[in-house]
Design a binder for this molecule. Structure first.
Ligand SMILES: CC(=O)SCCNC(=O)CCNC(=O)[C@H](O)C(C)(C)COP(=O)(O)OP(=O)(O)OC[C@H]1O[C@@H](n2cnc3c(N)ncnc32)[C@H](O)[C@@H]1OP(=O)(O)O
Ligand SMILES: O=C([O-])CC(=O)C(=O)O
Length: 393
């Protein structure tokens, strides 16, 4: 008789697994800090290039350091030929996050990869700069290939966000749109030990390469409970565009036990500080069109919060993915590229965490992550199953 055991998984909630000097979240007060700087100040005064430097190097750059960093990123935007050749062979309907995850290891097959068995901090930093430069190119080039459009060369006169939109859309964006995307990139750049960052750190703790870590992080980010939620939010908004009874739809979704995408957060319990920036941005962008996404989002949010409150779940509130999806849509970013755009930003945080993990102690050696599981023997008790030969089963 098979015994059925209910498997528990705490998702490591509340467990501190390492020290980190990269970011800080107060989930009760809704505070997010990168390297000591509040996200509000970074949005107001910084750029994604400067924020990436801050995350990687730990301090704000001098003008000369920022200029040199920006020039290095610009110089590395072009993709190696073998990556583009490979992409041309891949199925055009592949999921963009799979394409990204498959492409990152291909970037390590060039001279900028880490050499030797032991990681070298200088080389890891160079590789990180290369990944920050090339992730946007991977997304844009893949989109051009899959839609049968010519691949566009990066434009050294354009800043990071503007160049991405140019390579993706073949049209130079206006300053305001490029600036808004740059702010989105700042807002998504790091978030302590979220699932994808933890995946990256876990992988490199085995002394696997930075590319292996980023590739793993991309896999983790693609999931609907994590970065994949922004794509699902946009699909929901489009589905509800002509739905007269949005409140009824939301109620049905929750009654069936389905999760409402873009709602809830593992850490923020009183609100996600990034949401207000994105909502304001979305409303501003929408003024140029016929306003609808903000209104639909508000109805979904209002209906959901009322129903969550009835269940006593007052901590389930809109998260960054709820608010970013309409913003990206209004920028002309295809729905299935919304999670890749998240990755273009988060790669800065991943690389900072990977480097922190790789050089975790004075010897520069990471502690291998190796947690334990409670063995519960799902089918026949924890021990003592009798092996039955195949022909007698
Ligand atoms: C960039 C990011 O990764 S932000 C998160 C993006 N993900 C999403 O938007 C997906 C939807 N949200 C969720 O699935 C969750 O809120 C998570 C995974 C993000 C965080 O969840 P946690 O706070 O750790 O809570 P957990 O998953 O344990 O859920 C607690 C309870 O709230 C419910 N709940 C949480 N979020 C939602 C939601 N969005 N819709 C419906 N119910 C929800 C759960 O079903 C659970 O109910 P139960 O106790 O009756 O079983
Ligand atoms: O921190 C998390 O759990 C999810 C995440 O990456 C984010 O909100 O940016």
């Amino acid at each position: 008789m098979r015994e059925t055991v209910r498997l528990k998984n705490t998702g490591l909630r509340g467990v501190t697994v390492a020290d980190s000097a990269i970011s800080f979240i107060d989930g009760e007060k809704g505070i997010l800090i990168y390297r000591g700087y509040r996200i509000e100040d970074l949005v107001a005064y910084s750029t994604f290039m400067e924020t990436s430097y801050l995350l990687l190097f730990g301090t704000l750059p001098t003008p000369e350091q920022l200029d040199s960093f920006t020039q290095q990123v610009k110089a590395m935007r072009t993709l190696p030929g073998h990556v583009i050749d490979s992409m041309r062979l891949w199925p055009k309907n592949a999921r963009p996050m799979d394409i990204l995850q498959a492409s990152v290891p291909l970037l390590s097959m060039t001279k900028d990869r880490e050499e030797g068995d032991e990681p070298d901090r200088r080389i890891c930093l160079e590789c990180s700069i290369g990944l920050i430069a090339r992730l946007p190119s991977l997304v844009a080039v893949w989109h051009r290939i899959r839609t049968g459009q010519p691949i566009l060369e990066p434009d050294p006169n354009l800043d990071h966000a503007a160049n991405f939109l140019w390579m993706l859309q073949g049209k130079k964006p206006d300053t305001a749109t490029a600036g808004d995307l740059d702010i989105c990139l700042i807002l998504h750049a790091d978030h302590t030990f979220n699932a994808s960052t933890f995946a990256a750190r876990e992988v490199v703790s085995t002394r696997a390469s930075l590319y292996a870590g980023v590739s793993a992080a991309l896999g983790a980010l693609s999931g609907n409970l994590h970065g994949g939620a922004n794509t699902k939010v946009m699909e929901m908004l489009i589905k509800l565009e002509n739905e007269p009874d949005i409140e009824q739809w939301v109620a049905g979704q929750l009654r069936r036990g389905d999760r409402l995408m873009g709602m809830g957060h593992a850490i923020y319990k009183t609100g996600d500080p990034r949401v207000a920036f994105l909502k304001t941005m979305g409303k501003r962008l929408e003024k140029q069109t016929v306003t609808k996404w903000a209104a639909i989002s508000e109805r979904i949010e209002k209906a959901a919060l009322a129903l969550f409150a009835e269940q006593g779940k007052t901590t389930i509130l809109p998260n960054v993915d709820f608010a970013s999806a309409p913003v990206y849509h209004l920028m002309g970013i295809p729905t299935d590229l919304m999670t890749p755009v998240f990755a273009i930003s988060r790669v800065a945080g991943w690389c900072a965490h990977i480097i922190e993990e790789q050089f975790a102690d004075a010897q520069g050696k990471p502690a291998l992550y190796r947690p334990q599981a409670q063995y519960v023997g799902e089918y026949c008790g924890p021990m003592g199953c009798e092996y039955v030969p195949m022909k007698t089963r």
